[in-house]
Design a protein around this ligand. Structure first.
Ligand code: UT7
Length: 332
């Protein structure tokens, strides 16, 4: 076999998460909407999720995850050249949640910006960060996925409110020595399908008004079944393309870390790309769908459980609003 080609050299120095303390179980939801624990488990795999208190916002968790990741990496937060926060639930329309995160950490100086690519956001952010490292723009970057989804849910709509949760995950990455990093990655989007999963109001298309609030336009609107279909198709294609570009077979992948929206989407994806359940990481039961935060949280938990060792080959795959998708193969 020819020597492995690391296309984008980078090293993940450390990871961290920050999650609200409050756990909302499926039983708690039974008291709110016409649903059952059985329906939620069978259709989604979700058992519980974390819900933020009123005095917390997305930057609260982004800052917490970044602090934890820096501690884990053994580096000072002020050594970061850039902070990228992937989120669909920003603190404010402007400035970015990354800037609010800097404020929360009392950490001015580094470049700070958000990436808006829904549940695919952290993989988009990783791709951007990898290129910033290669281009020499930055040497060390905090890549965060953070969401407070509970703020954009209609708590009377059982078809969406049972699915999501709050929290953040982060990784500190820096330029590698050529032995670790991305073997291959791809990303894409289909904006023509934007209206199948979106928050209609609060932007320039539909600014906040009494009517927009009364009509519940500031919450997640989703055509669940259509999104499901696209999610599986896009994550399968994207993962297969990344593996082919990396020149690796499904059996070479130690762990597939997919976006965590629905256990059925995850198992259908793993099955079709040829990676069995034993080598696919699932934590949707604990957290629900935390959009851009699911992959860094899953990576951190998998590391904590000893499922990943230095040198292992990992595959990431995600899909989200946009529609957006991405996948990458990474030598950890
Ligand atoms: O992160 C990326 C974005 N999001 C996703 O990837 C989510 C993608 N979609 C999904 O995960 C699934 O489509 C859902 C979990 C949202 C829904 O599962 P489904 O198997 O596609 O159900 P469905 O929407 O086809 O609804 C089936 C039935 C309906 O009743 P009828 O019309 O058959 O009588 C719904 O009204 O289930 C009903 N239903 C519920 N029943 C109990 C919908 N939500 C609930 C609920 N509890 N929470």
């Amino acid at each position: 076999m020819p020597p492995e080609k690391i296309q984008k050299s980078l090293k993940i120095l450390g990871t961290g998460t920050s999650l609200p303390e409050r756990v909302m179980t499926n039983a708690d939801l039974e008291a709110l909407v016409d649903t059952t624990d059985t329906w939620i488990r069978d259709r989604t795999g979700i058992e519980e999720r974390r819900i933020a208190p009123d005095d917390a916002s997305t930057s609260t968790y982004a800052a917490g995850a970044l602090r934890a990741a820096a501690e884990n990496a053994g580096v000072a937060l002020d050594s970061l050249d850039a902070i990228i926060v992937a989120t669909s639930t920003p603190d404010t329309v402007f400035p970015s949640t990354a800037c609010w995160t800097q404020r929360a950490l009392k950490l001015p100086g580094a470049a700070a910006f958000d990436v808006s690519a829904g549940c695919t956001g952290w993989l988009y952010a990783l791709e951007i960060a990898a290129n910033l490292l290669i281009g020499g723009t930055a040497k060390r970057i905090g890549v965060v996925g953070a969401e407070v989804m509970s703020r954009v849910l209609d708590w009377e709509d059982r078809s969406t409110c049972v699915l999501f949760g709050d929290g953040a995950g982060a990784a500190i990455i820096e330029s590698g020595d050529g032995s670790q990093g991305l073997l291959a990655s791809n990303w894409g989007a289909d904006g023509t399908l934007a209206p199948i999963l979106y928050q209609p109001a609060g932007g320039t298309q539909m600014p906040a008004s009494e009517e927009s609030v009364a009509d519940k336009k500031h919450v997640v609107h989703m055509e669940g079944r259509t999104v499901f279909r696209h999610a599986v198709a896009c994550m399968v294609r994207s993962t297969q393309e990344a593996m082919a570009a990396a020149g690796v077979e499904p059996d070479d992948i130690k762990l597939l870390i997919p976006h965590q929206a629905n256990a059925r989407i995850i198992s259908a994806t793993g099955e079709r790309v040829g990676i069995p359940a034993e080598r696919t990481y699932v934590c949707v039961q604990r957290y629900g769908n935390i959009s851009a935060a699911t992959i860094p949280i899953a990576l951190h938990d998998a590391l904590g459980e000893g499922r990943i060792e230095r040198g292992d080959l990992l595959a990431f795959t995600a899909f989200g609003t946009g529609l957006t998708w991405a996948a990458s193969v990474l030598r950890y």
